[in-house]
Design a binder for this molecule. Sequence first.
Ligand SMILES: [Zn+2]
Length: 485
Amino acid sequence: MPVDLDAYGAEAEEFLSSIDREYYLHYSGQQDEFEIEPIYERHASLFSRASVDSLREAGAAPALIEFAVQGLIGQELKAGAAELARREAEIELEWDGETVPFRSVAVLQANEPDADRRAELEDLRNELTATKLNPLTRELLERSHALAGELGWSSMRDLCQDLSGTDFGALAEQTERFLADTEDTYEPLVGPELETQLGLGFDRLRRSDLTAFFRAPSLDTGFPEERLVPSLTETLAGMGIDVDAQPGVTIDTERRPKKSPRAFCSPVRVPDEVYLVIAPVGGREDFAALFHEAGHTEHYAHVDASLPVEDRYLGDNSVTEGFAFLFEHLTSDPEWLRRRLGIEDPAPIVRHERAARLVFLRRYASKLAYELELHGGGSIEGLDAVYGRRLSEAVHVEWPTVSWLSDVDPFFYVARYLRAWALETHIRSALRERFGEAWFDEPEAGAFLRELWSAGQGAAGGEGILERVGGAELDFGAVRAEVHA
Ligand SMILES: [Zn+2]
């Protein structure tokens, strides 16, 4: 039976909205239950093989087919994924005579001032990952590869490329060039920052030190809790957006015992009901997280309501991630730091962010190259060594191979992030060119952004946004120029 595209789209929206509402209620600490299983059951037909086939036959929007295919694969793997989550939640280890849950070790490690103890923590974590988690993770990965084949694609790589419309080969060429071009500047730029934050340089750096480097607690002092939410509302006001008067936006700052410590955005109805949830604590990373999620929130809240569901909720996530990075970047922008937080010498924060971003970019560039092999359709035997080699070469640190399966976001989200970084740099330089260094204090810049946000992330995706900005190519030229500035 041919699929009724309007009815399918309406049901997809109902499903997405229900999932996001459940997520919002649970993680904001207002509801103990997190019952997404009944929602999946209620809408099981969205992810059936028949739906996928008829969407393809009907020539539905790729974003809608992608939604159906990812849902189908998710449904097939859900028992295994639930088992993996259960094991991960159960694993504990002994540390300083106390029992510590596996999932909290990463935070412990990021906050541990002693490098040898950080390495010990990571060894413990790696050992448990290898023995307790990797066998099942591998099984799930191979099953997803088999499903891509059953659905008629030659590999997971082809499936994702086909449905996302991103030419992964062309993107990888760009990111390889980025790696080559920043090879010589990498250590001179990052090394001094490692010394400042950790008291060691590349000669003694271990992978277990990286999260502590990103964490950089010495930079927290300029970011007090009482300025967290006001700095955001003032920034939006500077752009001509009165967030308290936005009917579609709720900023949830209430304290609740079971609220997630991490800020998140929940687009329950796009654009009419979007939640920005934060448990205000303060510190530099809290500001970055709040602004990142505020970028998502304002993007979703300004999407043109008349667009079809695939252009409001789905499609090229590089777009919403790009706006999230744009807002996040403000929290390390010297002019913003002066105006919103009264920081007289923002240079240390700016230098740290530049260095941390370069580590991230190079890490993700090498991850893309690795994932293209991992999902390329051949055997995955021995690819742990490929993963370790590529990451070691990019980050200039001996990279453990054990995370070759867990350090992979599904469906090439790595490409969305890379494209988002490129998109963000282009948008930011356009904003500075048109509205000056303090573009975030110009209502015209807000109007300019609202125009971009209204497009959603439809057919044109990141490239479409850039066309509106002035026709630049979505490439790494601007990112590279910024690294070398
Ligand atoms: Zn994001």
